[in-house]
Write a protein that binds this ligand. Sequence first.
Ligand code: SAM
Ligand code: SF4
Length: 476
Amino acid sequence: MMASTTTDWLDEGRIADTLARSSTVDSGQIQAILTKARELKGLAIDEVAALLALEQPDLLAAVFETARWVKNEIYGRRIVMFAPLYYSNSCCNECVYCAFRRSNRELARKTLSQAQIARETAALIDQGHKRLLLIAGESVTDAGFQHLLDAIATVYSVKRGSGEIRRVNVNVAPLSVEEFRALKAAGIGTYQLFQETYHRKTYAEVHIAGRKSDFDWRLNAIDRAMEAGIDDVGIGPLLGLADWRFDLLAMMQHIAHLEERFGVGCHTISVPRMEPALGSTMSEAPPHHVTDADFKKIVAVLRLAVPYTGIIMSTRETAEMRRDTFSLGVSQVSGGSRTDPGGYADAADAAGAAAAAAAADDAGQFQVGDHRSLDDVVRDIAEVGFTPSFCTACYRMGRTGRDFMDLAKPGLIREMCGPNALSTFVEYLEDYASPATVEAGERAIRRELDAMDPKIRHYSEIMIAKVRDGKRDVFR
Ligand code: SAM
Ligand code: SF4
C-alpha cells in the first residue's frame, strides 16, 4: 500500500493544462459528455473541466436538464436533514476567513462541558433531529481529542422519550491514524474535512499560523482516515478562496486518488460559500466570489461528475436557490443551524432567547443568515416539492464505503431510501411538527407514494402504518 504521506496525486500543472484546453470543446463534444453522464458512471476530469467552462445559455440549460434527470434517477425527491453541533470555538489556527481564529479578540470563547453538550443534544432531539455533525476549532491542548470522543458518547447517550440521535458525523481538524481508529471505534458516521483550497500558494496565504498551515498534513488526512477504516468521508472546497474551477478539478483528482487507492471515493461533498465572519475582512469580500449562476453550475456539474456522492448544502441560501439546487443535485441540508457553541439550548430556553440571538453574533463562526427553525425548513422543503428524510439506516446496517457504492450503483438503494425517507418523515411529523408542517408533509407523502412502484409502495405503506401505530425507528 502507498505511504499515507504521498500527495503526488495533486498535479497543479495538469490542472492548468486541462483548464486551458477546456474552453475549446465544441457543442458536439458537450452533447457527448452529457450522453455519457446519463450512464450514471461519472465523468473524467477533462469532461468536468469542459462543463465548468460553459457559458452558452443553451448548453448550460442542457447541463441543468441532465443534472435534474440524474438527481431524480438516483435520489428521487429525498433531502436528508442534519444539524451542526459546535462544541468549541477555541482554536490554535489562523485562518484569515474564520471568526474562530486564535488572534480574534472580538469572539467570546466557549468550550462546552459534557453536561452542556448533553443539553445541546437534548435541544436538537426536541426539534426532531436524528443526525448531528459535531464541529470544533482545533484544540490548543492534547485534551481536545479525548473531549471529542467523550462528546460522541454523550450525544449517543441522550434519550428524550423515543427521540435520540442515531448518527454522529464529525468535522474536526486532521488526526493521526491512531486517533482516526479511536474515532471509528467511537461510532462516527462520516468524517468530514474541507481542504479549503487545493492551491498551495493561496493556502499558505490564508492559513498563516498554527498546525493548519501544514498543507500536506491536511491534504493526506482523508487517506489516514480511510487507512484507519473510516470509509464514509466528506470533502469540499471553501468556495470564494481561490479560482473555483481549479479547486473543483483538484477535488476531482483527490476523488480519483481515493478511488484508486481504497476502491471508493468520498461519501459526500460540501459546497460552502464563504460567509461574513466576525472580524474577518476577507470574509466580507471573498477574493474569488462565487456568483449564484456559478454556484448552480457547480452543483449541477458535480451531480454529473460523481452521481452517487451526496452533496451537502447549508440553509444559508435563499428559498429559490435551495429549490434550484435540490433539483440539480443537493441531497443533504442542515436545518435550524447555529454556529455558536451552546446556541440551541439557549434559544430553546425562553428566558435565554434574546441572549442567544446576541451570542450567535459574538460567538458564532459565521453569519448563518437563515435563523428559521427546523420545522419551518422542513415545511418549506415539502412545499417546494421535496421529501425531508431523517433516515440513518445505511450506516447502522453497515452499508458504508464500498458496500454502499456497490449497492447504490445498480439503483437498489432507491428501494430502501425511498421507504426509509417516508417512515422517518412520518415519525418527525407525528412527534415534532407544527399543524402547518403536518399538512404540507402529508401532501408530500401522498405525492411520494403515488409516484412509487406498486411493490415499493406496498411495503412503504406497511412501514408508515407501523410508525402511525406508535413504533419508532422503522427502517430497512
Ligand atoms: N477547525 C476544523 C477545520 O478547520 O477543519 C473544523 C471545523 S471548521 C469550523 C469547519 C469549516 O468551516 C472549515 O473547514 C471551513 O471550510 C468553514 N469555514 C470557516 N470560515 C468560514 C466562513 N467564513 N464561511 C463559511 N465557511 C467557513
Ligand atoms: Fe480554526 Fe477551523 Fe476556523 Fe481555521 S477554519 S480558524 S482551523 S475553526
